[in-house]
Write a protein that binds this ligand. Sequence first.
Ligand code: SF4
Length: 333
Amino acid sequence: MGTAKKRHSNIAIFIPHMGCPNACSFCNQRVISSTVSAPSAEEVGRTLETACEKLPDGDSEIAFFGGSFTAVDRDYMISLLEAAYPFVRSGKVRGIRCSTRPDCINTEILEILKSYGTTAIELGAQSMDDGVLSANRRGHTAAQVEEASSIIKKYGFELGLQMMIGLYCSTPEKDMETARRIIALAPQTARLYPTVILKNTRLGELFQSGEYVPYELDTAAELCADMLEMFEAAGVRVIKLGLHASETTEADMLGGLYHPAFREIVEGILFRREMEKQIEAKGNYTVFVPANAVSKAAGQRKCNILYFSEKGAEIKICPAKSLQNREIIVKKE
Ligand code: SF4
C-alpha cells in the first residue's frame, strides 16, 4: 500500500498515478506506479487512525500526493476522500491537501473536494512558457494554469503552485518569467524544483544523446536565489526548494540539478549577497546572523568565508538571538 508518514505536520499518503494519460519528459511515475500499489480506502482509513493516535488533534493535514489526485478514477478518488473525511469532521486533522495537474481541475471536481474538507490544492504548473511545456510533453498550456488557479482561489482553497527550473528547452530568462507569472497568480505557497534527470524518462534519453544539457548547479542556485527573494517579497511561502533527499531519488537519477542541501546552498547565496552590501573594504569583520543560520551564512564548505577572504575581508560569523530569517549585523573590528 501507499506509505504514510508525518512530514511537516502532514500525514502524507502516496497515491501512485495509475493510468496517467501523460508521459511528461521528466517523470518516471509510470515506472514507480508499476511497482507501488495504490492504497485502498480501508488501508488509508487504518493508516490515518494509527497516525492520528500519535499526533495532537488539529495539528496536521492529510496530504494525498504522488500523482495527480483529481485525475485518478473518480470513484476511487471519492472513496479515499470518504476514508479521510471523518478525521477532518472530528477535528483530528485540520484538513486535506492534494496535488494535481492544471487540466484536471473544474468546478465539479472542486465541489467534490470542498464537500470532503479539502483545504489546499497544489498545481504542477512546471513552466509558464507554452514552448517549454510542449517540449516536455506536459499536455497543458500556461493559460490552463491561470484558469485553474483562478477557480481554485474563487472556491476559497489555499493555492499552491509548483514550478521546475532548467527543463528541456528552457533558459534562465524563461524560468524567471515563469516565476513572475506564478507570483502574479498570488498562490499562498510555491514549490521550486530544479530539474533532476531520472532514469527511464524522455529527459534521460535526451540527456544521454547530448540533446539536453542541464544548467550548471551554480547557475541554478543563483537563479533560485533570485526567485526565492522574489517569492518572499511577494508574500508567497516557498515550502520546497529542491527535490527531497531520498535514497530512491539518488539511485534513480542520471544527472541534473540535484544536491541534498540545495535550499541551504541557495540561502547561503542570499546571506553572501546581504554581506556583500555591507562589507566593502578589506579588514576583519564580525557578522552576526540568526542563531539557527550560522552554517547557512558560512556557506557550503565555508564558501562564503572563503569568498570574502579572497577579497581581503576576514569574516567571523556569530549567532545573535535577536536576529531572524536572513537579518545580519556587520561590525568592523
Ligand atoms: S508529472 Fe504527473 S502528469 Fe506528468 S507523467 Fe508524471 S504523473 Fe503524469
